[in-house]
Design a binder for this molecule. Structure first.
Ligand SMILES: Nc1nc2c(ncn2[C@@H]2O[C@H](COP(=O)(O)OP(=O)(O)OP(=O)(O)O)[C@@H](O)[C@H]2O)c(=O)[nH]1
Ligand SMILES: [Mg+2]
Length: 365
């Protein structure tokens, strides 16, 4: 905790491999990290953006129209970022397109491949893009979403995943680009996999991640929490978790829990204006907003949710003693966690209303 004043400076001299060098929330940063959604037509780019950031029901994506121009959206959340949804047919290196403007501020290039369709062309185009960018922007994270895996059998799914990742890596290696920073995720908008994949993509853009994980590890240890997730409430992306192994089932249950709490607070919640109207107080949210359920399915598990600030919620899975029995300890540790977080993400200069079209905020209550 003593080092937190310096949290905006990465702790090591070696530059982190996976971020753009511009810290989210950094006062010196002049742009917001961009997530570019690229890939073939109908691969599912707009669906992903609508489901993750606008809570569109997955089945409603059937009616989405093809994207005709780059759709830029600003997300105002625990960290500001932009999502750019590209038309599938666009040639990103056409001379009439200002490539520099597109790739300059980039946080991650998300390349969506339809796993239910013929994917050789998509791989070809992805590799051309990576090779074109490799010299000018060597630090770009390329995140490949092997998408629409919901319709596939388990065997076919893993074969396709392996085949795609192998082909991409092999072709890049053939062109002399070994160990390209390309990651692969199996995704679908019909389950939690798309949120999990986005969580991992976003986490790479948070230089404070190791410090956050440390805070969560400490919390888990002192309060005997089995698994702790720090969620961005609006998108249900988790921005950090403790370093114990993560399984999708525990993420799913925590994420569903957030949905339930939000639904209930939309009905029964009320606006909680800051006592003296200051932005500082607004930012801290309501310290007392917490929720607890006993999770019967796996024996005596408890789910505990605590609002950390306007954007973030801490969700913990606990067994043996429930949070009720160690309330004072939990309150104390969560408060310390909140303080640590506030120092890591100073944002007093950022409490401006979201720009038009921005997804932001969530009900509180
Ligand atoms: N089965 C399945 N279908 C999906 C999934 N994601 C998207 N789709 C469907 O894929 C179709 C195309 O989705 P879009 O989001 O419009 O694709 P796009 O990549 O934005 O297409 P362009 O704008 O033309 O480049 C829609 O009918 C979606 O319902 C998925 O995870 N699983
Ligand atoms: Mg589209």
């Amino acid at each position: 905790m003593e080092d937190l004043h310096h949290a905006e400076t990465p702790a090591t001299d070696i530059p982190p491999r996976f971020h753009t060098g511009r810290l989210p929330n950094s006062k010196s940063g002049d742009g917001k990290p961009r997530l570019l959604l690229m890939g073939q037509r109908r691969s599912g780019k707009s669906s992903i953006s609508s489901v993750v950031f606008h809570k569109l029901a997955p089945s409603e994506t059937l009616y989405l129209e093809t994207t005709t121009h780059i759709k830029k959206e600003s997300m105002h959340s625990f960290m500001d970022f932009q999502v750019w949804d590209f038309p599938g047919h666009l040639d990103y290196f056409d001379p009439i397109i200002d490539t520099e403007n597109i790739f300059q501020e980039i946080g991650a290039l998300i390349w969506v491949i339809d796993a239910q369709d013929e994917y050789l062309d998509a791989i070809q185009r992805l590799n051309t893009t990576i090779l074109n960018l490799h010299h000018t922007y060597p630090t770009i994270n390329v995140e490949v979403f092997v998408h629409k895996v919901d319709g596939l059998s388990d065997d076919y799914k893993s074969d396709t995943f392996r085949d795609i990742s192998q082909r991409v890596q092999d072709e890049l290696a053939d062109h002399g680009y070994d160990n390209a920073p390309v990651s692969f995720y199996s995704t679908s908008i019909y389950d939690h996999s798309i949120f999990e994949a986005f969580s991992k993509v976003i986490q790479k853009l948070i230089p404070q991640l190791p410090a956050l994980e440390n805070l969560l590890n400490n919390l888990c240890q002192t309060c005997r929490v089995e698994k702790a997730y720090l969620f961005d409430i609006m998108s249900k992306i988790y921005i950090a978790t403790d370093t114990s192994p993560t399984d999708i089932a525990s993420y799913e249950v925590c994420s569903d829990y957030i949905d339930t709490v939000i639904d209930i607070s939309e009905i029964y919640g009320w606006d909680r204006p800051a006592e003296d109207g200051s932005a500082e107080l607004l930012e801290t949210g309501n310290d007392d907003a917490e929720s607890l359920v006993v999770f019967e399915r796996k024996g005596s598990h408890y789910l505990y949710l605590r609002e950390i600030n306007k954007y973030l919620a801490l969700v913990c899975i606990m067994n043996d003693e429930g949070p009720g029995e160690k309330k004072a300890l939990l309150d104390y540790d969560v408060r310390r966690f909140q303080e640590g977080l506030k120092e890591m993400f100073p944002r007093t200069d950022r409490d401006v209303p979201p720009t038009e079209g921005a997804a932001s905020g969530q009900p509180s209550g």
